[in-house]
Design a protein around this ligand. Structure first.
Ligand SMILES: [Zn+2]
Ligand SMILES: [Zn+2]
Length: 106
């Protein structure tokens, strides 16, 4: 498998720390599920825990070294697998996600 530009980042202690802290900060549950529960579109029992901490501004080789993008809570969103897949499908990206939630190019 080809090495993705973001491999080192997703395995870095800085990201591990930020990701864990963000999940606590976000309350542990998928932020989009929670919004749907609030809007009455989803039942409380169907609210999923955060599986993936997503970058609202997608990481690129150009911005991955900029902590204001890669490590800022403002650019992060905690989502379940379903909502993460939906986000990336909506943007027409050709990715799938491995068991750790890391994007893998198809
Ligand atoms: Zn969700
Ligand atoms: Zn994502």
């Amino acid at each position: 498998m080809a090495k993705d530009f973001s491999d080192w980042f997703y395995h870095s202690p800085a990201w591990e720390r930020t990701r864990a802290a963000y999940i606590v900060h976000a309350g542990g549950y998928c932020e989009r599920c929670r919004r749907e529960v609030e809007q009455g579109k989803r039942s409380l029992a169907d609210m999923k825990p955060i599986k993936i901490v997503h970058h609202k501004i997608y990481l690129t080789p150009e911005n991955i070294n900029d902590p204001a993008v890669s490590l800022s809570f403002d650019n992060l969103e905690g989502v379940c697998e379903e909502h993460h897949n939906r986000e990336h499908k909506a943007k027409g990206k050709r990715f799938r996600f491995d068991e750790n939630g890391f994007p893998v190019k198809l």
